[in-house]
Design a protein around this ligand. Structure first.
Ligand code: TPP
Ligand code: SF4
Length: 250
């Protein structure tokens, strides 16, 4: 019998703790596939953040460091500078990366650190029960915006790719999604390219992935995927925001 589909080698056999329909699991797989494809499992170091993906270190067959909330890019900077031959990536939610960790995100990008940031934007604080995040959409109902996000009172969402692409430091910034097969395929290409850039010493890469949180959005998994399509993608357009090494019309 021919095997046509396997678990990536860069994933352990640990059972994921994510809620049914949560796309954190899909993103884990895409990161692991990129590590497998590039043959870098033995020298990759992940930096886990604080959020629903706090146990990422259980799921990847690579070395891992656990960072304090928001500090993953600073920890990754240290790991990479001390061990430049390692391939270092962070895995962070929007609360971790765009709220408490804003400074670390902006300055690691500005310094052009040769690291890869995997940024999971699900427009809410998942782990802590669904509070408003910096990326919560205008009008979106959360535990702390029960009447919908009121931009006059709490301000507007932060578009991370647009913001960071204004800096000179980053090499590659792209926003992708994982709510349907076509999007997953594109996300896979982007994640692999970000790791490839680090292997080639090209500098800082950040891939933002629009992700679902059916539990805290109060939706069925399929409904959550449709919500990404209908609500998130118009506010957070997909695409390459910066590529210092783009060839042709990319
Ligand atoms: C210093 C500190 N402040 C606040 C918290 C509480 N906290 C834990 S995770 C989190 C945000 C999680 O949301 P996000 O980063 O978007 O990840 P998700 O869970 O949605 O994947 C917060 C505020 C904490 N653990 N430590
Ligand atoms: S709370 Fe949300 S982000 Fe966290 S595992 Fe459940 S669905 Fe995923």
């Amino acid at each position: 019998m021919t095997t046509v589909f396997e678990k990536p080698k860069a994933l352990t056999d640990a059972e994921l703790h994510y809620c049914p329909g949560c796309t954190h699991g899909v993103i884990h797989r895409l990161v692991a596939e990129a590590i497998d494809d590039l043959g870098i499992e033995g020298k990759t170091v992940g930096v886990a953040s604080v959020g629903c993906s706090v146990f990422a270190y259980n799921y990847f067959n690579t070395d891992f460091v656990q960072a304090a909330h928001g500090r993953a890019p600073a920890v990754a900077t240290g790991v990479k500078r001390a061990n430049p031959d390692n391939i270092v990536f962070t895995y962070q939610g929007d609360g971790d990366l765009a709220a408490i960790g804003t400074a670390e995100t902006v300055h690691s990008a500005a310094r052009g650190e040769n690291i890869t940031v995997i940024f999971v934007n699900n427009a809410i604080y998942g782990m802590t029960g669904g509070q408003m995040a910096p990326t919560t959409l205008p009008g979106q109902v959360t535990q702390t915006s029960p009447y919908g996000r009121d931009v006059d009172t709490v301000g507007y969402p932060v578009r991370v790719c647009e913001m960071l692409s204004q800096l000179d430091g980053p090499a590659y910034i792209e926003r992708v999604a994982v709510n349907d097969v076509k999007s997953v395929r594109k996300a896979k290409k982007a994640i692999k390219k970000a790791f490839q850039y680090q292997v080639e010493g090209k500098g800082f890469s950040l891939i933002e992935i629009l992700s679902t949180c059916p539990t805290n959005w109060g939706m069925e998994p399929l409904e959550a995927c449709e919500w990404v399509e209908e609500k998130m993608k118009p506010y957070y357009p997909l695409g390459v925001y910066k590529d210092k090494y783009a060839k042709g019309d990319e």
